[in-house]
Design a protein around this ligand. Sequence first.
Ligand SMILES: Cc1cc2nc3c(=O)[nH]c(=O)nc-3n(C[C@H](O)[C@H](O)[C@H](O)COP(=O)(O)O)c2cc1C
Length: 481
Amino acid sequence: MPYRDMRDYLAIVEQRGLVKRIHREVDHNWEVACLAKWMYQALPVDQRFGMYFQNIKGSKIPVITGALGACPESVALALQCDVEQINDKVVGALRNPIKPRIVDTAVCQETVLTGQRASLDTLPIVTWTPGKDKAPYLTTIVVTRDHDTGVRNMAVYRTMVRDNRSVVVNLSPGRQGTRNVRTWTEKGKKAPIAWVIATEPTVHLATVANLPYGRDEIEMAGGLKGEPIDLVRCKTIDLLVPANAEIIVEAEIAPGDLDDEGPFGEFAGYMGVVDKRPVAHITAVTHRRDPIYYGYTSQMPPSESTTIQSLMNAGVILQMLRDHIGEQSVHDVWIDLTFGGLLAHCVVAMTPQFPGHGKRVGRTIADTTLLKRVTVVDADVDIRDHSHVEWAMNSRFSPQRDTVIIDDVYVPLQIDPSVRNAHGVVTQSSKIVLDATQKIDSGLFSLPPKDMMMKALNVWKECGLPEFRIPKRAKLRLDNS
Ligand SMILES: Cc1cc2nc3c(=O)[nH]c(=O)nc-3n(C[C@H](O)[C@H](O)[C@H](O)COP(=O)(O)O)c2cc1C
């Protein structure tokens, strides 16, 4: 059964120990973020968990973070598959999107606050880099719509609380939400915009997939879920939002209304620069009778933001290579979790068909995404295993022969701290493709044959040595021994 809402999902992740409840009273102005930072900064990936803060100082609403993006297992649970099937799920959803269903009544509108009552001080909005961020920020899904075509967009754009009735939205130039908002403001009209807090897991995950403009994230979410996502019309603006959400914030952006946004701790590990961004005035806050609040942990990686963006965008790249470029020789794609979907390191497993094929695939990925490094390996390497990729780099990669540098890369979002200084001055960036596929026959692997090694497993047991699970790295090597 697919999850109906965030609550359904939380029950399952909690059962698996991937979400822990915190009963002690905590302050959302600093303690929530600091505890979440310790979780990501101190624990290895296989020990991470989401945090369910039940007792928030000054609020009846609990706060959750990290539940979706604690680790690959939590994302796999959200998609109801194994970690190694996440890419297949994403490719399947992109090939078979499911249109949403419009409903008339929704739990997210059990309580409707409009006029002076539509105030953000009813919500425990978290300060994510306490001591450095200018204000609390909404870090959740943002919905916009094109005035003329109706094209809907859902993405996460961090949103700074300006006061109880207004926010500053980080709608950067070039982003799809920015494009949608402009179709209203350029006509002198107010643009509708809404924030969706804590809804069905597949909606959260689809909204961080980098899809081409016009592809509807809500249809991808339906494809991931295997059934339509229910949408309901907002109470004060003309937008449709997920009906099973916990909280919806409705607002309007007036033409020319800008204010300073930031500083805010960026996903790349540094404080972002202050820039002018659109102001949105709150028109309604609607929620369930007993809502829960969700905010993504981002800032210094690794974080929830890097985990979900890496895992979702690997599948998007795989589908693009297979369906749009016809690259059937690519088996799998992995984006390193320590830097998120953007600027990160992507590792591709493929079976090259001709000389230079690895470089070509690597260049295609580098040219069509915001990824900064692409490493290409053969299909006999476990791309999710750092030590196996390192082995391929040392045994199959010759730097002078196998490196491609892509120069003069413009960083549209000013987010790469290696080329942007603290005053916001940006120089051109560059990318690197490392082709670590085998180009010459290096001979046999220096391991005993597979049948002998399997026989030796019985001897291992007879010796009373500790049990282990055979890692994929060893399986792949033995299959070729
Ligand atoms: C916690 C979090 C915060 C994010 N903040 C921003 C942001 O402020 N601006 C931005 O352009 N992208 C941000 N992103 C990344 C986008 O949501 C993501 O790349 C999305 O696919 C962009 O959608 P679009 O191509 O429809 O604009 C954020 C992602 C997460 C998980």
